[in-house]
Design a protein. Structure first.
Length: 234
């Protein structure tokens, strides 16, 4: 069985936008939309706390965005448009169903109760609980056996099918090879197959219209290191 990330820090997970480097096709992300894919998670939707029926636990908003057809195509959702209006399935709501297992999230349209939500498990995130540079997310326990491990199906054809999904996230749109390799090695260590993954090209992507949270944690660290260098030069 795949084990989720221990000591999972959901605050750090929500801190900044994630950029998809590799993923499997699923019911709500078809091949034509796998361009410049990014995901941002927030405690509210424009200041309004997330809410789902019959649930009083933690809920946060899921902003998935992309470019249609090509890297230069129209933005899929255009969340940054002041005139954007939520629809039934956009944006989605993630739920922490069991506070003792915060890495075992579930996701669905906000108007659907938890019983109709799909598993969204953070299998790995690192390098440390206070600094997530990568994350591996899977749609629950894998059920498809491959030569290098197990994974979820990639045969879902509509958004109501939640059993498909595997994503490799990084904080940087174009990360270092070391960060990507670490994410893949962590997935392999947990028995997750890489065979059905598709590579998402983030090079020279425009994220205009996306809901983006800057990677401020990194910027604070860079500023601190810059100040240290200036002290040594004085």
């Amino acid at each position: 069985e795949v084990q989720v990330q221990e000591n999972f820090n959901i605050t750090e997970y929500l801190r900044a936008t994630w950029y998809v480097q590799k993923q499997q096709v699923n019911g709500y992300q078809r091949p034509s939309s796998l361009n410049c894919v990014a995901a941002t998670y927030n405690e509210t939707f424009r200041g309004t706390p997330g809410w789902v029926p019959f649930f009083s636990g933690t809920v946060f908003t899921v902003y998935n965005d992309c470019r249609r057809d090509t890297k230069d195509g129209p933005v899929c959702n255009d969340f940054a448009d002041p005139n954007f209006k939520p629809s039934f399935a956009i944006p989605l709501c993630a739920r922490v169903r069991d506070p003792s297992q915060p890495a075992k999230l579930s996701v669905a349209p906000c108007l659907l109760p938890n019983i109709l939500s799909g598993d969204y498990w953070v299998a790995a995130a690192g390098p440390s609980p206070d600094n997530y540079e990568y994350a591996v997310v899977i749609a629950g326990q894998p059920s498809v056996k491959r030569s290098d491990g197990c994974t979820t199906p990639d045969t879902c054809t509509n958004p109501s099918q939640f059993s498909c999904g595997l994503w490799f996230f990084t904080r940087e749109a174009v990360p270092s090879k070391e960060v990507q390799a670490k994410a893949e090695s962590e997935a392999q260590r947990k028995g997750i197959s890489l065979e059905l993954l598709r590579t998402i090209d983030q090079q020279d992507c425009s994220y205009e219209g996306y809901e983006i949270k800057p990677n401020t944690h990194e910027r604070v660290q860079e500023k601190f290191e810059s100040l240290k260098e200036e002290e040594f030069q004085v």
